[in-house]
Design a protein around this ligand. Structure first.
Ligand code: G3H
Ligand code: 13P
Ligand code: ZN
Length: 333
């Protein structure tokens, strides 16, 4: 058993309370490899932004959980080396799908876990979430739960359509489970294809797809029911057109990829939404940069020569999100 405090990590409790008061959101960036982690830490240290490092079940399988934990511990030291005296870094399990997985993460040094039982019937979601909360809180590990279903793929949990969170359920759910934050469904979804072309309109000038707005009325109703309660948005990549264009121009195939416009995420950040999950944008940046090197220098075979530019582009992306979208810069001086 390792407690997250021994690793220099923090849980989300104070971070979220400050973010809600201050009208900004904490970035939750997924990582699977060293370059992503380096870029996240550099961007957070240079902007003095609190940050949540997210590990999915898939990331644990890909990278090995022991290695990921030591990487997170190393990230705290790296942040200090970069001149960030008191790094505020959370190690979070993204989309935990069982009590056993959440328990293993708590026991293994994670400071926050998500139990995603949103696909289960309501009472079963409550029972499983409460079981995780009761365990995690013994070690001061904070717990994110989910109510409502996002369209798209949530690790191994998939749904063809989204079911918005029902505002009339949130008080009962939060009270009975004791969860620390709640992921809600208001129209975001995972991946680079968040909306079908049929759900969008076309900008007559650029011909680009314009997605429908998020259901801010549902968010407002939830906040009215649970004033000041930490709300989480999953599926919040914006799918930057420049990365999609770079990928398509170098032989990739991402037709009609579309994300959440950044203005809407900025607006959400000013509300009780205090954690915004971004994974796909980093994948797109990485892929765009690697493809560019392969296209321009077909003889290159030193991974540092293409992972390095990928790391640089991701760092630029993370800084942009922190400073221009979430407003978390300078909040962890
Ligand atoms: O919500 C899902 C995250 O983007 C993680 O994706 O399961 O492919 O690692 P993954
Ligand atoms: P994106 O696919 O929009 O980046 O969402 C990531 C996410 O919600 C991770 O839990
Ligand atoms: Zn998610």
């Amino acid at each position: 058993m390792v407690n997250f405090k021994e690793l220099g990590l923090v849980n989300t409790r104070d971070m979220f309370a400050k973010a809600i008061k201050g009208g900004y959101a904490i970035p939750a960036f997924n990582f699977n490899n060293m370059e992503q982690l380096q870029a996240i830490i550099k961007a957070s240290a240079e902007t003095k932004s609190p940050v949540i490092l997210q590990v999915s079940k898939g990331a644990r399988n890909y990278a090995n959980q022991t290695l990921l934990r030591y990487m997170a511990q190393g990230a705290v030291e790296y942040a200090k080396e970069l001149g960030w005296e008191k790094p505020q870094i959370v190690l979070h399990l993204d989309h935990g799908d069982s009590f056993e997985l959440c328990k293993s993460c708590v026991d293994f040094g994670f400071s926050s876990v998500m139990i995603d039982a949103s696909h289960l019937p309501y009472e079963e979601n409550i029972a499983l979430t409460k079981k995780v909360v009761d365990y995690a809180h013994q070690y001061d590990v904070t717990v994110e739960a989910e109510l409502g279903v996002l369209a798209g793929v949530e690790d191994e949990v998939s749904s063809a359509v989204s079911h918005y969170t029902k505002p009339e359920e949130v008080v009962d759910f939060a009270t009975r489970t004791g969860c620390d934050s709640l992921a809600i469904s208001i129209g975001t979804s995972h991946g680079a294809y968040k909306f079908t072309p049929e759900q969008c309109t076309r900008d007559p000038k650029t011909g680009k797809l314009v997605p429908p707005p998020l259901a801010f009325d549902v968010l407002d109703a939830i906040m009215e029911q649970l004033p000041g309660f930490p709300i989480v948005l999953h599926g919040s990549s914006s799918v930057p057109q420049e990365y999609v264009d770079m990928i398509n121009a170098t032989g990739g195939k991402l037709p009609d990829a579309v994300g959440i416009p950044e203005e809407q995420l900025r607006k959400a950040s000013e509300s009780a939404v205090c954690k915004i999950n971004i994974d796909s944008d980093s994948r797109l940046a990485f892929t765009a940069a690697v493809r560019k090197v392969f296209t321009e220098k077909p003889g290159e075979f030193d991974p540092r020569k293409y992972c390095g530019p990928a790391r640089d582009l991701m760092e630029e992306l993370y800084k942009h999100k922190i400073v221009n979208v979430l407003g978390s810069n300078g909040k962890a001086e």
